[in-house]
Ligand binder design. Structure first.
Ligand SMILES: Nc1ncnc2c1ncn2[C@@H]1O[C@H](COP(=O)(O)OP(=O)(O)OP(=O)(O)O)[C@@H](O)[C@H]1O
Ligand SMILES: O=P(O)(O)O[C@@H]1[C@H](O)[C@H](O)[C@@H](OP(=O)(O)O)[C@H](OP(=O)(O)O)[C@H]1O
Length: 302
């Protein structure tokens, strides 16, 4: 009944002897509680967030629905272990293209141990976290039935330079992205996926507007997951592009202060995606009247 997710793109994957998330047939994602405070922190976050009346509904949809915790057999064969039961973001999608982007130039939080800070700082320096304010943690891009997915391994992904990130964000919405870095991405799906009033850019801008205001939480080492389906676009339908936040093991009380680490990284990601839309034959960050699409249509409503 439980199985290893087909579409997990980052984090530790379940396998023989290895602890990782599982899914079931009913559209639920089971994330094992890490034994240290990370597991309990994430439970506290989801529990508090689920009942927090200060969270606007248009922001709540950026988070997976939380269905409590449940004791299930762990994937590593160690026996029953509590798991967070979440909505499986990919369950309703066929052949989803997914990117996990870890937001923030700093993935370590103030109260962390010296060893933990050293480990995170090293990764932040070795990846694009420090220069760009975010790093790609994992991805899969669907090509076609013949080519399947382009899913570079973790080592490759963590080695992405700033230029690689720019290219990969273009490949993510291209029809010729199933090979490695050889081909110039055509950005054929940029308008359908990143653009428009319900596209990824508009969603990221809504999230940004909330982060410019909210001082409830500070999200360290949290990821933005971007998901869409290519095939519906080819049939003239919506790609169901979605932005979701995942991984709340290091969420701290915001204590009335803006989460500038997350906000800065989010603005940087937005800038990269806007540039792709601006590069298209018609500037897709603007509507027919020349006004900024996402802001005119969405941000002002918040
Ligand atoms: N609710 C969800 N539905 C579907 N897939 C999910 C969901 N949450 C997470 N994932 C998948 O699992 C991956 C890892 O998620 P997450 O970062 O929460 O795990 P983690 O074990 O804390 O990762 P890490 O070990 O890097 O800290 C994501 O990149 C995504 O592919
Ligand atoms: O935030 P946490 O819960 O401390 O978890 C770590 C964090 O998600 C890092 O981003 C990840 O490194 P990558 O960025 O390299 O995936 C690391 O993997 P690791 O244990 O394999 O180093 C995790 O342990």
């Amino acid at each position: 009944m439980f199985k290893v997710p087909d579409h997990q793109v980052a984090g530790h994957r379940a396998s023989q002897g290895v602890l990782g998330p599982l899914i079931d047939d009913s559209g639920r994602f089971y994330k094992p509680l890490q034994s240290d405070e990370r597991g309990s922190n994430e439970v506290v976050f989801y529990t508090q967030f689920s009942s927090n009346k200060e969270i606007p509904n248009h922001i709540r949809k950026f988070f997976s629905v939380y269905y409590d915790t449940q004791l299930i057999e762990a994937s590593d064969g160690s026996g029953l272990l509590p798991h967070l039961v979440l909505e499986d973001i990919t369950s309703t999608r066929t052949n989803p293209s997914i990117m996990d982007v870890k937001i923030g130039s700093r993935t370590w939080y103030p109260q962390a141990s010296e060893d933990y800070i050293t480990k995170c700082l090293m990764k932040d320096r070795q990846t694009t976290s420090l220069p760009l304010g975010f790093r790609i943690s994992g991805l899969q891009i669907y090509g076609s039935e013949q080519s399947g997915y382009w899913k570079p391994d973790k080592k490759r992904v963590l080695g992405f330079t700033a230029e690689d990130v720019r290219v990969v964000l273009r490949k993510f919405v291209s029809s010729n992205s199933s090979d490695d870095f050889g081909t110039e991405p055509d950005c054929a799906f940029a308008a359908a996926v990143y653009g428009g009033s319900t596209g990824i850019l508009a969603q990221l801008l809504k999230l940004k507007a909330w982060f410019e205001d909210q001082t409830i939480y500070h999200f360290y080492s949290c990821s933005v997951l971007m998901v869409y389906e290519k095939e519906p676009i080819l049939n003239g339908k919506s790609p169901s592009a979605a932005v979701k936040l995942v991984d709340f093991a290091h969420v701290l009380d915001g204590q009335g202060v803006i989460d500038h680490n997350f906000l800065g990284g989010l603005c940087s990601l937005i800038k990269f995606i806007s540039e792709i839309l601006k590069d298209q034959p018609h500037d897709l960050t603007k509507d027919n009247s020349g006004s900024e699409i996402a802001c005119a249509n969405d941000c002002n409503k918040i």
